[in-house]
Write a protein that binds this ligand. Structure first.
Ligand code: SAM
Ligand code: SF4
Length: 340
C-alpha cells in the first residue's frame, strides 16, 4: 500500500498491520511526524506534562549489556541517596510546581519492599502523582507499592526480539519481564514500557513487533530511547546515530496509541540539539527534567554525555512557549480527559 494510504489508515483507525508499520519505518518521508503531531494535538491537547526525575540509586545487580550502571562496570562510583535527601529533592520539585515525581534506579535490593513502601508513603503526603522505575520485582512487592500509594510504573521491555533479549540480558528472562508488565497492569498501575532503538542486530521487523507489543499491552506510557553506547560496556564500539529511527518509532506509537503519555527522552536531546523539542513536535507530550542532586546526577551514567539543558524550568518553559505549547498544571494521567 502507498505510504500516504497507510498514514491515513493509521490516523483513522489507530491500527496497522506489521507490514504497514515496516513500510512506515522504512520510508524517509517526514510527513509521519506531522501526522503524529496532529493526533497528539487532538487527543492530548497542547499541554506538556513535566515529571521530576530523581535517580535515587545507581547500584544494580543486573548486567544489561548496554547500560553504564551494569554490575560489571567497576569504574563507576556507586551512590545510594538517603531518604532525607530524596525527600529534599521531592520538596524542591513540589516548590517548582511539579505534579509528578519519578523515582528511578538500578535494581538495588538494599531498597527492600518495606523501605520503598515507607518512602512512597512519605512522598504521597504531598499532593503529587508518583511513578516508580526500579525494575523487576515479585508481584507481592508491586502490590505493596500500589497499596502504599504509587500510581505509575515504568518498565521498558527493551526489545521484543527474544533471542536478542537473552543475549543482552544475562541471567534475566524475557518471560519474567512480561510477567512484571502484566502484573503491573492487573494491579492498576498506569504502566509504562518502551524500547531501545539501534541495538546491535535489532531489525526493523523486530521494531515493528515492539510497536505492536505496546498496543497489545495497552501501555499507558511509552518511552522510546535511542541506544547510546557506553564505553565501559560490552557494546562500547557499537557506534550509530539512532535519532531518526527512534523518532519514527515514537511517531508510529503515537498513531497507534493516540491517548497515551509519551516522553521526549533525554537520550534524544543527547543525540540532537533540540532533540526533545523535535520529539514534542512529533507525537510526544511529556518531559522528565532531572531533580537528582548535582553531586550525584553525573554518577547516574547509563550512557555518556547525558544532556541536561532542559532541566531548568525557565529554559524549558520558554522553549515550550515558542512552539505554541503550555506547561500543564495537572498530574497528567492517561485516562482522565478533564485533567489534560
Ligand atoms: N533499572 C531500571 C530498569 O532497567 O527498568 C530503571 C533504570 S534503567 C537505567 C532505565 C532505562 O535506561 C532502561 O530501561 C534502558 O532502556 C535505558 N538505558 C540503559 N542504557 C542505555 C543506553 N546505553 N542508551 C540509552 N538508554 C539506555
Ligand atoms: Fe540495571 Fe536498569 Fe541498567 Fe539494566 S538498564 S543494568 S536493570 S539500571
Amino acid at each position: 500500500m502507498l505510504f500516504y494510504k497507510i498514514l491515513e489508515k493509521a490516523k483513522e483507525d489507530n491500527s496497522l498491520s506489521k507490514e504497514e508499520i515496516i513500510e512506515l519505518l522504512d520510508s524517509k518521508d517526514n510527513s509521519i511526524y506531522n501526522a503524529a503531531d496532529e493526533i497528539r494535538k487532538k487527543t492530548k491537547g497542547d499541554n506538556i506534562h513535566l515529571r521530576a526525575l530523581i535517580e535515587f540509586t545507581n547500584f544494580c545487580h543486573c548486567n544489561c549489556f548496554y547500560c553504564g550502571l551494569r554490575y560489571d562496570n567497576h569504574k563507576i562510583k556507586r551512590y545510594r541517596l538517603k531518604e532525607d535527601d530524596i525527600l529534599l529533592s521531592v520538596d524542591n520539585a513540589i516548590k517548582s510546581n511539579y505534579k509528578t515525581i519519578v523515582l528511578q534506579g538500578g535494581e538495588d535490593m538494599f531498597w527492600s519492599k518495606e523501605k520503598i513502601c515507607n518512602l512512597i508513603k512519605k512522598i504521597k503526603e504531598y499532593d503529587v502523582a508518583l511513578t516508580l522505575s526500579i525494575g523487576e520485582r515479585p508481584k507481592d512487592e508491586y502490590k505493596a507499592f500500589k497499596d502504599a500509594g504509587a500510581d505509575r510504573f515504568l518498565l521498558r521491555i527493551e526489545t521484543t526480539d527474544k533471542t536478542l533479549y537473552r543475549k543482552l540480558h544475562p541471567n534475566m528472562s524475557f518471560e519474567n519481564r512480561l510477567r512484571c508488565l502484566k502484573d503491573l497492569k492487573k494491579l492498576g498501575f498506569e504502566t509504562g514500557t518502551g524500547c531501545l532503538v539501534g541495538l546491535p542486530n535489532q531489525t526493523i521487523d523486530s521494531l515493528a513487533d515492539d510497536i505492536l507489543f505496546f498496543k497489545e499491552l495497552n501501555a499507558d506510557m511509552v518511552g522510546i530511547g535511542p541506544f547510546i553506547p557506553h564505553p565501559n560496556t560490552p557494546l562500547a564500539n557499537e557506534k550509530k546515530d539512532n535519532f531518526d529511527l527512534s523518532l519514527r518509532v515514537m511517531a508510529i506509537t503515537r498513531l497507534l496509541l493516540p491517548d497515551i503519555n509519551i516522553p521526549a527522552t533525554t537520550a534524544m536531546e543527547t543525540l540532537r540539539e533540540n532533540g526533545q523539542i523535535i520529539a514534542l513536535q512529533s507525537g510526544a507530550n511529556v518531559i522528565m527534567p532531572n531533580f537528582t542532586s548535582p553531586e550525584h546526577k553525573n554518577k547516574y551514567e547509563i550512557y555518556p554525555n547525558k544532556v541536561y539543558s532542559n532541566n531548568c524550568i525557565n529554559n524549558i518553559s520558554e522553549k515550550i512557549k515558542k512552539i505554541g505549547r503550555n506547561i500543564s498544571n495537572s498530574k497528567g494521567y492517561r485516562t482522565d480527559p478533564t485533567k489534560l
